[in-house]
Design a protein around this ligand. Sequence first.
Ligand code: ZN
Length: 423
Amino acid sequence: MTEEVEMDDARKRYEFKKTLEKLESGEGSGTELITLYIPPDKQIYDVTNQLKDEFGQCANIKSKQTRTNVQSAISSILSRLKYYKRPPANGIAVFCGTVQLYGDRTYLQCTIIEPPEPLNLYMYRCSSKFELEPLMQMLEEKYVYGLLVLDKREAYWGFLRGNRIEPMGGANSTVPGKMRKGGQSAARFGRLREIAIDEFYTKIGERASAIYLAEKDFFERFKGVLIGGPSPTKEEFEKGNYLHHEVQKRIIGLFDVAYTNEDGLAELVDAAKDALKGMTVIEEKEFMDRFLKELVKDAGVAAYGEESIRKNLEIGAVDTLLLSASLRKSRLRMKCQSCGYTEEKTVTIPPGKTVRDIPLGNCPKCSAPLVLEEEVDIIDELAKIADQSSAKVELISDDFEEGSILYTAFGGIAAILRYRTGY
Ligand code: ZN
């Protein structure tokens, strides 16, 4: 790409997701698709040595076709790894193998991905499908939540990243039990116990807050903290403002859990499932609510459908472009090679097919066959036009009702306009 448009996180995520989907649909006729994960601290020559070994062992593969395919995949990977002195900052994932296409056609696909998060595993695998799970997990990590479980005796804190719980640390208290020793006055014992509890809560609040605040891009990515424990401990802890004020104001809710050690974190996530579901889509939902409200008002500033949106984008009338992340369409630019006539059209390319399976038709002027000049993903194409008039672009997932409505009822393309246009 020559003119690189700066992509925001949602679009980078979309690109990443699309690449993974493409790889996911790839299938080999035998166990001949190679997945290779190289973490950032791995030496490239160790990897190439293993690949050369694997190449030699291919002699044991009975099927000649599979053997040839595995060997060409390994050669292809080796030639690409030559360009790397060491792995990039987050490591690399390589997917290479002979993939079956629609009909009987096959082709050697080799995709190299520099993942958005560091890879923490080394893997070489040869299978009939690409192994994508480690990258799929990264896709989940859009937001991060703080987790905290506590009672008066122990506490544990950590993070929730996508579906992954990351325990960070814990503390135990020296708060005495409810039973006092003989000879101590009840009032004095009670006071000492209160002081010890307050000290313990203060320690939890400080240590957990420090961990949360140290999270990268805290203000953008840290969506809130979930607190679990028995009643009334967690309620007392919340009321007492023991957390740093930036964390305190991000408390999502209090949840009953039985365990307050590391196991309590998973129990907490389970208890908070519904609350979490609502959080991740809350911003996207606000855009859809605005769109639907405008649509009902019928003031002409809610538009949808590809044709209408294109016209509104052309005249710079779009304030916010809403695109469904489920859109899987391409914009094709075709040209007649004999008379120079050009045409664009939007097509859906079904899984397992490529643009080569799409009939392009003939030139309406001289009836010579049209030739493909360019294929662009429709989200990239529309977002680029939107950028030119400084329209906001929002990718809307279908993880919530209004989001799936965007896809099913409005063709996945809608906009809130700056003014009424009549398109
Ligand atoms: Zn022509």
